[in-house]
Write a protein that binds this ligand. Structure first.
Ligand SMILES: Cc1cc2nc3c(=O)[nH]c(=O)nc-3n(C[C@H](O)[C@H](O)[C@H](O)COP(=O)(O)OP(=O)(O)OC[C@H]3O[C@@H](n4cnc5c(N)ncnc54)[C@H](O)[C@@H]3O)c2cc1C
Length: 397
């Protein structure tokens, strides 16, 4: 075999996996179809300080520190909280990916850009990869599919995928941002059915915003929902000028199987995505960590059998299954909320004692902690029982 490991895709999950395996002395090749790492950007670039630390990237990738959160109901209510520490960071996503790629190269991995993998065929002891626009083939003992939401590697491996996705219309825009410290979330079935709208200020004059849906059959187009977001909030979005589009899709739900003999999937390709927010960077990095651990052990033992690779899924489930399953149920429960229910919950939570609770338990990487606390709180309130019972039934399942 020419390579110990070939990683398809130089996004955060692929580069972080490659870096760790290369550090253990194995021959690692990363193949990326685009000429420039990090582009096109299809992301809002909001991650936790924990994720920045885990990635080991320079602090200069952080464009803005966000200490506040404001949630807007579709019927006009809102609540806002302000923390003494960073709740989230807005990053330069392209630079973030480029640093992760450079770190992987520094660790000894070889990165080939502008190379699209067209097919993977199982051969004795590994895989043979066919490249687009080239008669050359590449052989590897271990194939890692880090090729994102539309993963071809998962198809070649016959690992089934599901249909549930969040489809998002997202932009970077010029806008007068009155409050540069707070993330705004916009809820409502008319502007983001099954999902949410967002506005992330970068400085006084620029922000990222978007909306989307997470339904199999939405009633309207994505553009329609984005226009609703803008039209329903004229005081915030007047004079909005779009600079660039960053729209895209994230997969939701759990993949039944993320490995095969001599192969693993990681990141979006393995559906390592937070079901409540669609954030995939932190989970992709965590997934990369577990994937690399399994790869290193398997390569050292020269054992890349199906049984050996299955420890990847076991380790991943041990780490994230409970959080992801709870978050998924919270998400599903939210689908039952009418705009009136959302408004009622937001009005109810807009009190100093609940603000404290939100700040104490809120964590963008582990949203189910706060979700469960809020649920218990809401269940104590009779007037909210109708909406919240639907949540509690789901969580008890
Ligand atoms: C609109 C939007 C907003 C988002 N906002 C956030 C956010 O605020 N915070 C957050 O944490 N997450 C966010 N996400 C999700 C986040 O962008 C993804 O979870 C993350 O990019 C996944 O990383 P990855 O490495 O798994 O895949 P990707 O970043 O998608 O990388 C996959 C790479 O594989 C390459 N590739 C694919 N096929 C091939 C092939 N055949 N041959 C060679 N190369 C190939 C692609 O070119 C790509 O570079 C957002 C997503 C969208 C769409």
């Amino acid at each position: 075999m020419e390579w110990d490991v070939v990683v398809v895709g130089a996004g955060p999950a692929g580069c972080f996996t490659a870096k760790q395996i290369a550090l253990s002395g194995f021959k690692v090749l990363i193949l990326e179809e685009h000429q420039e790492i990090g582009y096109p950007v299809q992301c809002a670039g909001l991650i936790s300080p924990r994720a920045v630390e885990l990635a080991g990237v320079d602090k200069s990738t952080v464009l803005n520190n966000l200490t506040g959160l404001r949630v807007h109901s579709p019927l006009g209510a809102q609540f806002s909280v302000e923390s003494s520490h960073d709740l989230a960071l807005a990053i330069d996503r392209a630079k973030f990916d480029q640093e992760l790629a450079a770190n992987a190269e520094d660790a000894g991995a070889i990165l080939m850009k502008g190379v699209k993998v067209k097919a993977a065929t199982r051969i004795e002891g590994g895989f043979r990869l066919t490249l687009a626009d080239s008669s050359k083939t590449i052989s590897t003992k271990l194939l890692i599919g880090a090729d994102g939401v539309n993963s071809s590697v998962s198809k070649w491996l016959g690992l089934s995928r599901h249909n549930l996705k969040a489809v998002m219309f997202a932009v970077d825009a010029q806008l007068q941002c009155a409050d540069t410290d707070s993330i705004s979330i916009f809820l409502g079935q008319n502007l983001a059915p099954g999902w949410f709208g967002w506005m992330i200020p970068l400085d006084e004059k620029t922000c990222r915003l978007g909306t989307g849906y997470a339904l199999v059959q939405p009633a309207y187009s994505l553009q329609h929902y984005f226009q609703e977001l803008v039209d329903q909030n004229p005081q915030i979005f007047k004079d909005l000028k779009i600079i660039r589009y960053t729209s895209g899709i994230v997969p939701l739900g759990k993949m039944p199987k993320i490995y095969s003999a001599n192969a693993m999937l990681v990141g979006d390709a393995a559906c390592q995505i937070k079901p409540v927010s669609g954030g995939g960077i932190y989970l992709g990095l965590r997934g990369a960590f577990v994937c690399a651990q399994t790869a290193i052990e398997a390569l050292r033992e020269d054992n890349l059998t199906e049984a050996k690779m299955s420890s990847y899924q076991k380790l991943w489930e041990k780490e994230m299954d409970e959080e992801s399953a709870s978050a998924m149920k919270l998400r599903e429960s939210y689908l039952n909320f009418s705009d009136e229910d959302i408004d009622m919950v937001i009005r109810f939570l807009n009190k100093p004692k609940y603000h404290k609770l939100i700040l104490k338990y809120g964590d963008i990487d582990y949203p189910s902690y706060l979700g469960k606390k809020l649920l218990n709180l809401l269940l104590k309130k009779n007037s909210l029982i109708k909406a919240t019972l639907k949540i509690s039934d789901k969580l008890r399942e």
